[in-house]
Every structure is written in structure tokens, then in C-alpha cells.
Design a protein around this ligand. Structure first.
Ligand SMILES: Nc1ncnc2[nH]cnc12
Ligand SMILES: [Zn+2]
Length: 336
């Protein structure tokens, strides 16, 4: 790392799939623990498959690797490993997504997947100094009726979720199919986010806002294809949770130098920096901050703005947000 790079500011991570933190070593460890045969001969063999051409090529491996998650302890161990790494990265608050349906379809009940993740989150402040929230993300390439059933089950069991999300294969699965799901979540007092404009068109971002009333847009980079939409997003201060290394690895952009992050900052869009699926994209949040700093020469003030945006766009309590914004201000002032 060149000496003149700044450390990562204290920040909130708002776009993180906990299943995307499953590192190759842990995949082998959990397979052994659960007596499962993996379709890979070695860690190297597995790692060699982490070359993606688009979102779907990644999702195929992501869902396949999840099969090693069988017990509550598996989910707890994965989540604790992420929290430990995130605390080293400077993360002070995380709102993590999990994909309950992806586990249910493999026969793993909600009590195991949600219970296992929650066991780690419940101790996170004490253990790692990271406050946490959990978001149940729904698979947009599955029927909305299935999502509604799972949401009802989550509500009935009193699952400790702050909101819902929408992820998986984007193109051809528009937000408009999930109006009933988001309406039900709103009635239940939940917040909401939705992936839109990662590979899909700007119209999906508009649908997520107008039809789903999403509080935040995950990715949203393709808004730049529609100047009127950019004006709206700036005017309404809509938070976009941007994941630079993910976009490069999934070839949503040709390379980091072509990533729209600096243009998004110039427009005054409300963006934050996040890792998405760090075990798959070679990058936790600090790696993402370092990469964009190195590539675009961002100033301390710009890094502080990205961190402050993440905290202001979070669902943390007003008190916690104020505390963390104070940390960001102190970080910025340390360079003055
Ligand atoms: N980047 C991403 N886009 C859509 N769905 C996902 N699930 C996990 N990571 C995802
Ligand atoms: Zn994502």
C-alpha cells in the first residue's frame, strides 16, 4: 500500500450479504464439520472458480457454496468471522442482509438461519464495538407468493429484522412484481431497501422508489444513464449503497478506473461505499475505500463525506447516528 493512502474512516456498512462473507477456508471447515463432500478438490480449485463474467455467474457459485451452512453454529461462526474482520476495517455499524429463502429451499428452517446469524449480532456491540441491524432479503427470481409466505413466517416468529430487501438476478425481475411484499412489510412497520440499477435499467430504480417506496437503493450505479433520474435522486437525497469492487468483479463496469463513483460524487448523489460479498470480490469495506482512494485520489473530506453518508442513511437510532457522525468529524479533523 503506498504510504500516502489514508486509513478508512469510521463508517456504517449498509450493503453486505452475510452469505457473501463465507470465505473459502470456512467453506472447507464447515463441509468437514457437517460430513459433506464438496465439488472442489482443494482451496485452490475453489478459488480458481472466483472469476465472474456477470451477476449470474457469481450467483451460481454463491448459492452452491451456501450448502455447507447447516446448523445454527455454522451461521453464527460465519457472522462472527465477518464482524471480526469488519471491526478491523473500521466498520462501526452494519445493516446486513441475509437470504432466508436460499436456506429454506435447502431444508434449513428460519429458526436455524435467522437464529444463528442473530446469535452473533446480539453480542456484536459488546464483542466488536459494532452496532447491527438485520435485513431479510427476498429473491427476485422466485415468485412473490413465496416471498410473502416467508415474510409472514418471519413476522410470526418475531424475527429480529429491521427491514426487507430484494436481491438475486435483477434483469427480467423488476421491482414492480414485489409491490404486495413491500406493502405488507410497511404495514408491519419494517423499513425497506432494494437492489436496483446494478445490471438492470434506471427504470428499475424508479420502480423501487415509486412502487416499493424503498428507503435506500442498493447499487443504483445505472442511474447515470438517465439524467432526469439523477436530478431526482439528488433532490430527494436518495441513499445509494455503492459497491465498487463488486461492480468490477461482476463486470458491471469495465474496470475500476471507469467506475462511476467520482461522477456520482460530482453530481452530489448520496452514496456510500460497501463491500456486497467481500469473500467473493477480494474486498472488505476497507479494501473498497483503499481502491477508490488510490484510483481516484479522493481527499480526506471526500472520504469523510462517504462515511457520513453511510451513517446518515442507516436505520440506527438518532443517538447512535449522532455518536458515529462525531467519530467521522473527529477522523476528518485529525488530518487538518
Ligand atoms: N451483488 C448482488 N446482486 C444481487 N443479488 C445478490 N446477492 C448477493 N450479492 C448480490
Ligand atoms: Zn448486493
Amino acid at each position: 500500500m503506498p504510504v500516502d493512502l489514508l486509513p478508512t474512516p469510521p463508517c456504517a456498512e449498509l450493503h453486505l450479504h452475510i452469505e457473501g462473507t463465507l470465505e473459502p477456508e470456512l467453506i472447507f471447515e464447515l463441509a468437514a464439520r457437517n460430513g459433506l463432500d464438496l465439488p472442489y478438490d482443494s482451496l485452490e480449485d475453489l478459488r480458481a472458480r472466483y472469476r465472474f463474467t456477470d451477476l449470474q455467474s457469481f450467483l451460481d457459485l454463491y448459492y452452491s457454496n451456501m450448502d455447507v451452512l447447516r446448523t445454527e453454529a455454522d451461521f453464527t461462526d460465519m457472522t462472527r468471522a465477518y464482524l471480526r474482520r469488519a471491526s478491523a476495517a473500521g466498520v462501526r455499524h452494519v445493516e446486513m442482509m441475509m437470504d432466508p429463502q436460499a436456506h429454506l429451499v435447502r431444508g434449513v428452517p428460519l429458526s436455524v438461519s435467522v437464529g444463528g446469524v442473530w446469535a452473533a449480532l446480539a453480542r456484536s456491540e459488546e464483542e466488536f464495538g459494532i452496532s447491527t441491524e438485520l435485513i431479510a432479503a427476498f429473491l427476485r427470481d422466485h415468485p412473490v407468493a413465496e416471498a410473502l409466505e416467508v415474510l409472514e413466517e418471519l413476522l410470526a416468529m418475531g424475527a429480529p429484522i429491521i427491514g426487507i430487501g430484494l436481491d438475486s438476478a435483477e434483469v427480467g425481475n423488476p421491482p414492480s412484481s414485489f409491490i404486495d411484499l413491500y406493502r405488507r412489510a410497511r404495514e408491519a412497520g419494517l423499513r425497506s431497501v432494494a437492489h436496483a440499477g446494478e445490471e438492470g435499467p434506471p427504470a428499475y430504480i424508479e420502480e423501487a422508489l415509486d412502487l416499493l417506496q424503498a428507503d435506500r437503493i442498493d447499487h443504483g450505479i445505472r442511474c447515470l444513464d438517465d439524467p432526469d433520474l439523477v436530478d431526482r435522486l439528488v433532490r430527494e437525497k436518495v441513499p445509494l449503497t455503492v459497491c465498487p469492487l463488486s461492480n468490477v468483479r461482476l463486470q458491471a463496469v469495465p474496470g475500476l478506473a471507469e467506475h462511476p463513483l467520482p461522477r456520482m460524487l460530482e453530481h452530489g448523489l448520496n452514496i456510500s461505499v460497501n463491500s456486497d460479498d467481500p469473500a467473493y470480490f477480494d474486498g472488505y469495506v476497507d479494501d473498497n475505500f483503499r481502491a477508490v482512494q488510490e484510483t481516484f485520489g479522493l481527499s480526506r473530506a471526500q472520504l469523510a463525506l462517504l462515511a457520513a453518508n453511510s451513517i446518515e442513511a442507516s436505520f440506527a437510532s438518532a443517538g447512535r447516528r449522532a455518536e458515529l457522525l462525531g467519530e467521522v468529524r473527529a477522523w476528518e479533523a485529525a488530518g487538518a
